[in-house]
Write a protein that binds this ligand. Structure first.
Ligand SMILES: Nc1nc2c(ncn2[C@@H]2O[C@H](COP(=O)(O)OP(=O)(O)OP(=O)(O)O)[C@@H](O)[C@H]2O)c(=O)[nH]1
Length: 428
């Protein structure tokens, strides 16, 4: 993998030439706020179907059980989200209609219509069909997504039945209005805030909005081929949406495992601090993140721990599997304060800090005495993005240098793509 690979694929924008990544009015991406052009996503649905919960669970890390206390949305709220592309999620009250929505539908790149899986009645379907037709007429390129939500409330059998039933009802309604409308591409997803289905579905929505997706996928494919990784995901660290993955199929358990691991690292992040160096905060992350771990000692709020010290399991929102706890975590040295040997012996006052990060971590899955297991590795790629990859443990143990080397080139490629995205979306 070479760093020039990404730039040759993505065609770096030259002055005066509109970048191919710049969203155009035709595909609906055109909101300019805080000096960046944001891609807009509209969240619609009837009362209490879970629109706000979806947004809060994904983007504000609200524990699913606390969505119970969310208040009814009474006016349109716009949530800016900074991931590989800048997004703006519009959460609408259930009473919104085509007339009361104070924005033309062609401004949106995607519409997510949330429907309760138990809601087989006419009002939900009728509202969905109205918006689908209006959106399609205004912008045929718009991405129409239906989240058949609260899937956890039904048994497997009823879940599949209702999912199919809702899909069929929508298509029949569209056909009844006009044969032409039956061809409108609509994507249906089964979702619930209580499992990984919501993150997986939203990731798929996000993929359609990222123009540079093929280049990110190329980089992941090359990384997997050169590092013998069986699967690799590029995750948005905060939301845990995967921004891209390699060409091998995504199986739900692997996605769930990576997502849980990231969640665990995010949850424990603020507890760790390096004894030997002052860790940087996320926004201070240098682009040339050190690739080799330099110091592996930590202190937790309760005292000094070694990386292998077991943590209490069963904390809320942490993966229940103890095997997911990190067996190796590294924290980069601060360029300003190089490691000092004496510091590691001095017990420092424990502090909880938000925004600390791990540049790398790994966990061995089903370890065997012969070392023939799989290792789940995490590498911070940019302040927002993280690479999670499954590698054979033998490769991870014996050819670590090669893996680190490939990560460096992967990081450079991703950084170039992000720079082009940022440049294209910056308001001039
Ligand atoms: N079982 C289950 N309940 C959910 C799920 N998602 C949301 N809920 C619950 O649904 C209720 C309504 O959620 P909200 O997010 O407020 O729904 P909303 O569509 O924003 O509601 P309005 O603002 O009134 O339009 C809450 O009690 C949530 O806990 C889910 O996936 N499964």
């Amino acid at each position: 993998m070479t760093p020039s690979r990404a730039s040759s694929h993505i065609g770096l924008a030259s002055p005066g030439v509109q970048s191919p990544l710049l969203p155009t009015a035709a595909n609906g991406d055109s909101l300019v706020t805080d000096n960046v052009i944001r891609t807009k996503v509209l969240l619609l649905g009837l009362r209490r179907v879970g629109k706000t919960s979806i947004q809060e669970v994904i983007f504000k890390d609200l524990p699913p059980k606390q969505t119970f206390y969310l208040e009814t949305t009474t006016r349109v709220t716009q949530l800016p989200v900074d991931t590989v592309i800048p997004l703006e999620i519009w959460d609408c009250p259930s009473t919104i209609t085509l007339e009361t929505l104070d924005a033309p539908l062609n401004q949106f790149s995607s519409i997510i219509f949330v429907i309760d899986i138990q809601e087989l009645y006419q009002p939900a379907i009728a509202k969905l069909v109205d918006f689908v037709i209006a959106a399609y007429q205004e912008n045929p390129g718009i991405h129409l997504e239906v989240f058949v939500h609260k899937a956890d409330t039904l048994s497997e059998e009823y879940k599949t039945d209702n999912f199919r039933h809702i899909q069929q009802r929508v298509l029949d309604e569209l056909y009844d209005i006009s044969v032409e409308y039956e061809q409108i591409p609509i994507n249906f997803h089964l979702t619930s805030i209580y499992d990984h289905s919501l993150h997986e579905a939203f990731s798929k929505v996000l993929h359609k909005l990222i123009d540079s997706l093929p280049f990110l996928e190329d980089l992941l494919n090359v990384f997997c081929a050169n590092s013998q990784a069986s699967k690799a995901f590029l995750f948005d660290s905060a939301s845990r949406l995967y921004v891209a993955t390699d060409a091998s199929p995504v199986d739900q358990p692997t996605h769930g495992l990576c997502s849980d691991y990231l969640h665990m690292l995010n949850s424990f992040g603020p507890l760790y601090r390096s004894i030997s160096a002052s860790p940087l905060r996320q926004h201070e992350l240098p682009l040339d993140i050190p690739t080799s771990p330099v110091q592996l000692e930590y202190s937790l709020s309760t005292g000094t721990h070694t990386p292998n010290t077991p943590f209490a399991s069963g904390s809320p929102h942490l993966p229940s599997s103890p095997s997911l706890l990190p067996q190796h975590i590294s924290i980069p040295p601060s360029p300003a304060s190089p490691p000092q040997a004496s510091q590691s012996n001095t017990p420092t006052k424990p502090k909880l800090k938000k925004g600390l990060f791990y540049p790398s971590a790994s966990a061995s899955l089903s370890p065997t005495s012969t070392g023939a297991g799989t290792t789940l590795t995490y590498r911070l790629i940019t302040p927002q993005l993280a690479l999670l990859a499954l590698l054979p443990t033998t490769v991870f143990d014996t050819r670590r240098g090669l893996v680190e080397y490939n990560v460096v080139f992967f990081r450079e490629g991703v950084q170039e793509i992000c720079d082009v995205e940022e440049e294209a979306r910056r308001r001039t």
